[in-house]
Design a protein around this ligand. Structure first.
Ligand code: LCS
Length: 405
């Protein structure tokens, strides 16, 4: 390998959410009063979805090149080179292209969701998404005073599928204004396949619903997997918005830049009229550099993440046989079924923080349909992962399984 993903990089004193922000985010411990048995910087951090790997050199170089220009005034993406870099990326990797006029920029996909729910939903309309879910889908609804309507995924021995009858029912009867779709899915890691996307999309089209397809994790596939952008299957359906970003792929979440593709002229018009439309010059340079030159690094990263996932799978099989885990088709997030060890009332993140010294997310942090599950972020050097898994397995074995009524 050309790149060294085993390198331990110090993140202390970089204002990293992963290191400094866990008390607020996981435990709502705003005043830092919660007593934990480990000093804050001695936890193994397997929670927030960013990586402990360096962003590739080509990206750092692109940022440096822009820094050298020395002026950082108000900036927007005007240079067609940005679009060219991104559309060539989607063409090469997904055999999918989109119109330049449909692309708008956002300081993140979450801010875009918060805005889009407002621009799309009429009075009294609700927001539909699949559960378990990345909690910010719900927060986008909450923020806009909308009700969340959840469709639980079906779990068949650790393989999650959509409940089409439930989706059909809810789209017909629950006054849905917009569907937020996660593809690949966080936290289960499913890469929805063509037949699944068609079935799901057909229901949305039949009911004429707006769909936001959040494809932020689409570049981080297991080797051998293929991502099909939802919009590739429904090229004529203007009510379909696609979100993609370099943030997960290249560990650039802090640069706060994402691509939102809005074919519907009315919604795009509303966006352009109301969105605070400036971008960070360093973020633009980083993203363009990543799409132009980051592919080789990404392929090595994927191989490394595959190895980490395999390690998690082997480790759980050997040491926690009562847990159920399938290597996800995408993402660096392992969704572990530990219902044998926990009751619905257990606070899983607190248990692991206190008993294992591991920071992770679990159960109710994913809205609903996640009881007894925890999520491990495995985008860290193998040695850190080994330590984390060792701690997780020991703590759970000490706890033992619980009897379910
Ligand atoms: N959409 C999904 C599906 C995500 O998983 C995340 C980050 C975002 C959007 C955030 O997009 P941004 O606003 O940064 O562009 N997921 C995280 C997670 O699961 N834990 O920490 C972050």
């Amino acid at each position: 390998m050309k790149y060294n993903f085993d390198e331990i990089i110090e993140r202390k004193r970089t204002n990293a959410m992963s290191v400094e922000g866990f008390r607020e985010y996981i435990f709502q411990d705003v005043e830092h009063k919660l007593e934990l048995p480990y000093p804050d910087d001695e936890f193994v951090r397997m929670w927030v979805a960013d990586m402990d790997f360096a962003t590739p050199d080509v990206v750092v170089d692109a940022i440096k090149e822009r820094v050298e220009k020395r002026i950082f005034g108000y900036t927007r993406v005007f240079d067609p080179g940005y679009y060219e870099a991104f559309v060539n990326w989607t063409k090469r990797r997904y055999d999918w292209t989109f119109n330049k006029k449909d692309l708008v920029m956002s300081n993140g996909i979450i801010p875009a969701l918060f805005e889009l729910v407002e621009y799309i939903c009429k009075d009294e309309e609700n927001v539909l998404f699949l559960t378990p879910s990345y909690a910010y889908f719900k927060y986008a609804a909450d923020f806009n005073g909308r009700k969340s309507v959840c469709s639980d995924l079906i779990n068949t021995d650790g393989y999650f599928t959509m409940d089409y009858d439930d989706l059909e029912d809810k789209m017909a009867n629950e006054n849905i204004g917009v569907v937020i779709f996660c593809h690949p899915h966080n936290p289960t890691g499913r890469v929805w396949k063509e037949d699944e996307l068609k079935k799901f999309g057909d229901i949305c089209v039949k009911h004429n619903k707006y769909v936001i397809s959040d494809e932020i994790h689409c570049d981080l596939l297991r080797q051998g997997e293929t991502h099909i952008p939802m919009a590739k299957l429904f090229p004529e359906y203007e009510r379909l918005i696609t979100c993609m970003a370099p943030s997960k792929t290249f560990n650039l979440a802090g640069m706060m830049i994402s691509n939102i593709i809005i074919p519907d002229a009315e919604i795009r018009g509303r966006w352009n009229a109301r969105h605070y439309n400036f971008d960070n010059p360093l973020s633009i340079a980083a993203t363009q550099g990543a799409y132009e030159k980051g592919e080789e690094w990404l392929e090595e990263l994927r191989a490394y993440l595959d190895g980490n996932m395999q390690y998690v799978g082997d480790c759980l099989k050997e040491h926690l046989p009562a847990a159920n885990f399938r290597i996800p088709e995408a993402t660096y997030l392992a969704w572990v079924d530990a219902t044998a060890y926990f009751t619905a009332e257990d606070d899983i993140p607190m248990f692991f923080a206190k008993k294992a010294g591991v920071l992770l997310e679990g159960s109710t942090m994913f809205v609903q349909n996640g009881n007894g599950f925890f999520r491990l972020n495995v985008a860290c050097p193998r040695s850190v992962l080994e330590d984390g898994m060792d701690r997780v397995c020991k703590a759970l074995n000490e706890k033992g399984t619980v009897a379910h009524k």
